[in-house]
Write a protein that binds this ligand. Structure first.
Ligand code: AMP
Ligand code: ZN
Length: 492
């Protein structure tokens, strides 16, 4: 089996063979959320994409140090260097401490990712926990001559840097175009050049998130934290840096400039960018209101979709697209994924009791296994892997219906691989078995009781109540079937 992994490197737009700096070890940094509000499904898509990558690297046997930060300071409202800090603003509006905002939404983020069965990163550092490292970094950049102080704020000198080391390598933007395109925002007059960016900002009197520094009482620029924390935990050069496509510029471009200004070498070997989740054909974003929260999706309490979708159905939906493709969230697509996910689960459940024969018919496990790995080795092509899993389900169903045969050895191999890909690599859960034996028994008992109460309501011609019970259960993906012998339920 070939385990050569090829990844698409955003730095040069090419697929390259992945080679880690240290054999069998991978250092991976992914920009985490800015914790000033609940994460929306778009954010989740990016983190689920990197969860897939983390899981597959681990599956290949790498010891992965996965660092994903929490941005809890320095991210200003307009992504540029002006405006209020997003967290401070929320704290002001709600009359609470900024750290209460941070705590609330960090917990929400972690709970949400756990619902999606995403693995926790190895380290989850915060910007406010690394102010000292950020100040040290600014000193080093200044010592190299690539930053200047004006009125207590420090800016990175993009023009001077670009004279020595080309700026714009990742985004492909040319400095001349930047000069031409950059709007002069209010308050940017402090900067020597409009394309320079803040490393340290002097805090206005109203700004509540502030720390002492050699230049002023203030706060770090947004791009700095990722350079400080990735370097601290992964070194001056590491393997993979990831984030959503929208972070390529300016965030990641500025990260490269900061690191290169000190070390004079590229900080990251492979830049990986996940593409956007859209809703109604437009990027899902907090600022525009064009978004849906995971909780609203799971409960069905939203005005966009007619029914609820479970975390695993949504995860499966996302994995059915390649991480570099744009995906639009629609009821039809979600329903199709939900159906497919159940078909896959049913196929896996059938494996245990599949009858065996002396010989397998024309399904070649080794060939199939190679195809599955080839898909994932080709830049983590999860939709292709899932298509191969469906081929296996077709075969499982045919064996189950007596149309094809499988040998004992092949069944053991197929079961192992199906489980590995479904649970370990794709990170899916078998929702039919989620509660464990006891949980299932309790749930079944409770549902039996509800069905009986509904039967009583029907017998008393109280159809309002019986319909309400059926519809509410249906929203939870529990289906009631009324037959001549009575009503049964099915958990989808
Ligand atoms: P933020 O909390 O805004 O810093 O975003 C956290 C992560 O979510 C970043 O990697 C963004 O690139 C990513 N992101 C934001 N919007 C979307 C979207 N609509 N689809 C996919 N990823 C997104
Ligand atoms: Zn970052």
């Amino acid at each position: 089996m070939d385990t050569t992994l090829v990844v698409y490197n955003s730095l040069n737009g090419k697929k390259e063979i992945f080679k880690s700096i240290l054999p069998n070890n991978v250092g991976m940094y992914v920009c985490g959320p800015t914790v000033y509000s609940n994460v929306h499904l778009g954010n989740c898509r990016t983190f689920i994409s990197f969860d897939l990558i983390f899981r597959y690297l681990k599956h290949l046997g790498y010891k992965v140090r996965y660092v994903r930060n929490i941005t809890d300071a320095g991210h200003l409202e307009n992504d540029a260097d002006e405006g209020e800090d997003r967290i401070a603003k929320k704290a002001r509006l709600e009359s609470i401490e900024p750290m209460e905002v941070v705590q609330r939404y960090t917990l929400d983020f972690r709970d949400t990712m756990a619902e999606f069965n995403a693995l926790a990163p190895s380290i989850e550092p915060t910007a406010t926990g690394h102010i000292v490292e950020q100040i040290e970094l600014i000193k080093e950049i200044m010592a190299q001559g690539y930053a200047y102080e004006i009125n207590g704020s420090v800016y990175f000198d993009v023009i001077k840097f670009n004279d020595d080391i080309p700026y714009g390598k990742l985004s492909g933007r040319k400095i001349e175009d930047l000069i031409h395109n950059t709007r002069t925002l209010d308050g940017q007059s402090d900067k020597k050049n409009p394309q320079d960016f803040a490393l340290w900002k002097k805090a206005e009197p109203v700004h509540i998130m502030r720390w002492p520094s050699p230049w002023s009482e203030g706060f770090p620029g947004w791009h700095l934290e990722c350079t400080a924390m990735s370097t601290k935990y992964l070194g001056k050069q590491f393997d993979i840096h990831g984030g959503g496509m929208d972070l390529k510029f300016p965030h990641h471009e500025c990260e490269i400039a900061q690191a290169e200004s000190i070390n004079k070498k590229a900080p990251v070997n492979y830049w990986l960018h996940a593409n956007m989740l859209t809703l109604n054909g437009k990027k899902m974003a907090k600022s525009t209101g064009n978004n849906i929260l995971p909780g609203e999706m799971f409960s069905g309490e939203n005005s966009i979709f007619k029914k609820a979708f479970s975390p695993m159905a949504v995860r499966f939906f996302m994995l059915q697209a390649h991480y570099r493709s744009i995906v639009d969230l629609s009821e039809t697509a979600l329903e199709a994924s939900e159906k497919g996910f159940h078909r896959l689960q049913e196929g896996i459940s059938k494996l245990e009791a599949l009858p065996t024969s002396p010989e397998s018919s024309d399904f070649h496990i080794t060939v199939w296994q190679n195809k599955c790995y080839a898909a994932m080795n080709d830049d983590f092509n999860s939709p292709l892997l899932i298509a191969h899993l469906f081929d296996a389900v077709k075969y499982i169903n045919a064996v189950s219906n007596g149309l094809q045969q499988i040998s004992k050895t092949d069944l053991a191999g197929l079961s192992k691989l199906m489980n590995v890909f479904f649970f370990d690599v794709l990170g899916l859960l078998n929702t039919n078995k989620k509660q464990g034996e006891n949980g299932n028994k309790q749930l079944e008992g409770a549902l039996q009781l509800i069905v009986e109460l509904r039967n009583n309501a029907r017998a008393a011609k109280d159809f309002q109540t019986s319909d309400l019970i059926r519809d509410s259960l249906s929203n939870l993906n529990i289906q009631i079937n009324d037959t001549s012998e009575g009503s049964t339920f099915k958990i989808n």
